[in-house]
Structures are given as structure tokens and as C-alpha cells.
Design a protein around this ligand. Sequence first.
Ligand SMILES: Cc1cc2nc3c(=O)[nH]c(=O)nc-3n(C[C@H](O)[C@H](O)[C@H](O)COP(=O)(O)OP(=O)(O)OC[C@H]3O[C@@H](n4cnc5c(N)ncnc54)[C@H](O)[C@@H]3O)c2cc1C
Length: 318
Amino acid sequence: MLSFQLASIPGVSVLAEEPLSRHTRFGLGGPAALLCDASTEAACIEAFRIIQASGAPRMIMGGGTNLVVSDAGVRGVILRYTGARIERNNMHLRVESGAVLQDAVDTSIRFGMKGLETMTGIPGLVGGALYGNAGAYGRSIQELVECVHATNGNGITAFRNEDCHFRYRSSIFKDSKQWVILSTELRFTSGDAAALAEKAAGIRAIRDAKYPPDMKCAGSIFKNLLFAELPPSAQAQVPPTLVREGKVPSAWFLEQAGVKGLRRGDIQVATYHANLVYNDGAGTAADLVGVIQELKRRVYERFGFELEEEVQYAGFES
Ligand SMILES: Cc1cc2nc3c(=O)[nH]c(=O)nc-3n(C[C@H](O)[C@H](O)[C@H](O)COP(=O)(O)OP(=O)(O)OC[C@H]3O[C@@H](n4cnc5c(N)ncnc54)[C@H](O)[C@@H]3O)c2cc1C
């Protein structure tokens, strides 16, 4: 039996029928048939090999901050790599993917390493950040990555930065979904620790006002838009001052479509930010998906293009 096989690997623990609402920032989602945590690289490789050989549906999870899990939950196995070491060597950090991103940010700031400070306050783990090429304030993690180590259940493969196919909120790991990211090597430039800390504190204050730490949400629901890829009729309506580094905030289109404050059940679109949807109590994934579809529909009807989710879905196969 798969559960027994996995639990017998040293460094692996398994929970059966574990509610994913306990492990997602939205506080939503039914159970995972098996939730499997692997604490060492060897354990993770072996667990992933066994899961794949079993043919069971499987999914990798990090901190659950960017996930919409269905009310029915996830059939099959969810695998998490929990190795979280952060090692410094001059201007380099080697970080395991189960480390909290903020811990890597804090370490870099403490040692006067410049580059991650703008990612202060992005929730989740380092593996999730690499998968989605997380970023903020015009910077993204790809700028620091020298190398990513990942497994497909058969040893460890090293991906150089260019092999990761990083682009806006995406990577090769998102394209193929056949890899568990295990660790990364990040390269920094030298900076002044006090100045970096001050910058990070400023960013943290802005972020905490926008996303209170106890808010059950995923940050932005939709990716921003590349201006060049918008239909000409939509381009013509965008105020030029909104276009930054070739992108237009999806919040602007949502706001024009009048979605601020929209509510279904306990799922709420923020009154102050049209691209922020949160669970205001006992929301359901069904209502959340309903709201997301409604937002997409309104923008499509008004501007003639479809918004693309930044959040990832789990358990919606049927
Ligand atoms: C309040 C708030 C603010 C946010 N602000 C930002 C922001 O400014 N910028 C930004 O980029 N994001 C932001 N996010 C989104 C989110 O925090 C990031 O996408 C984060 O990097 C996701 O990490 P995670 O560990 O929670 O991943 P999860 O949500 O657990 O997973 C996300 C995806 O990554 C995959 N994944 C996770 N770990 C691994 C791994 N080890 N190997 C392979 N695949 C893996 C999963 O399969 C899943 O598809 C915000 C979220 C919240 C709640």
C-alpha cells in the first residue's frame, strides 16, 4: 500500500485524508488522500520515485500561499520537501526549497547581500518562489539564481539559470510540472545591511497595509498584462502612465469592470484593490472559483481579452 511504502522511507512522514484548508493561506480546500513530507533530499527523491511508479495522481506543494484547492480536495498524493537549510558563502546563499522565503530575505539583509530585499513580505517557501519566479517592485528571483537543483524521482538534475526558462511569473518547473525543486544557489552583490534593512522595512509596511498578515488570500489573483499582447482596442484605453516595464496592472482592467467589493458567500473582492480576492470567514472554493470566473467574464466583455490566473489550482480535474 502506497501510504505504508512512503511512510517506511527514513525522513518521510505521511498524513491520510488531511484537510488542505489547514495548509493553504486561503484556508480553503478539502482533504488530500495523502500528504507526504520529505525532510531530506534522499527521502524526497525516493518518495517521488515511488509515487510516480504507483501511478497515483500527485502534486508538489510548498507553503500553500498561491493555491486554490477544490472543496472536494485532492485525490492522490501531495508531496512537500521540508528541507530548509540556508548556507552562506561570501555573496552566495545555498537555500533548500523548503526554507521560508522571508528567512532567505532576512539572512541576505543581515549579511549585507543585495538583491532579495524587495521580496520582503512575499509569503511562501523558496521552492514556490522559484516555480513561479516570484517577485515584487520590478525585481524577481530569477535575477539572483545561479543554479536550481531538482529531482524527477531519478537523482538530482542541476539547472543553470538559462535552463530554468524564467519569465514573468513562470519557469520550466511550471511548464512541465515533473520536477520537485530541492535547492537553489543565489548570487548577490554587496550592499549596506542597514540600508537594505531600511528599504525592506518600508516595503513591509506597505505590504502589511495591503495584505494584513492574517488575510486569507493569495496576493494577486491574476497576472499583470503585457501591453504589447493586448488587443489594440484595449491598448487604446490604457492610460500611458500605467504602463511600467511593458506591463499593465490587471487591477486597472478589473477596476474599470467594476468588480471592487464584489462578494459571493464569504469570498470578497477587496474594496481597495480589484485584483485582491480573499476569504472573509467560511468561504468555499466553489465560491472563490465563481468569483474568479465572474471577474474574467467582466473583463472579457469590457476589453475583449482573458485575464490569466497567477494562482494555481489543485483538485479540479473533474
Ligand atoms: C499576501 C500575499 C502576497 C503575495 N505577494 C506576492 C508578490 O508580491 N509577488 C509574487 O510573486 N507572489 C506573491 N504572492 C504569491 C505567493 O506568495 C508566491 O507565489 C509564492 O512564491 C508561492 O510559494 P508557496 O511555497 O506558497 O507555493 P505553493 O502555493 O505551495 O505552490 C505554488 C505552486 O508552486 C509549486 N511548487 C511549490 N513548491 C515547489 C517545489 N519545491 N518544487 C516544485 N514545485 C513547487 C506548486 O506545485 C504550485 O503549483 C503573494 C501571496 C500572498 C498570500
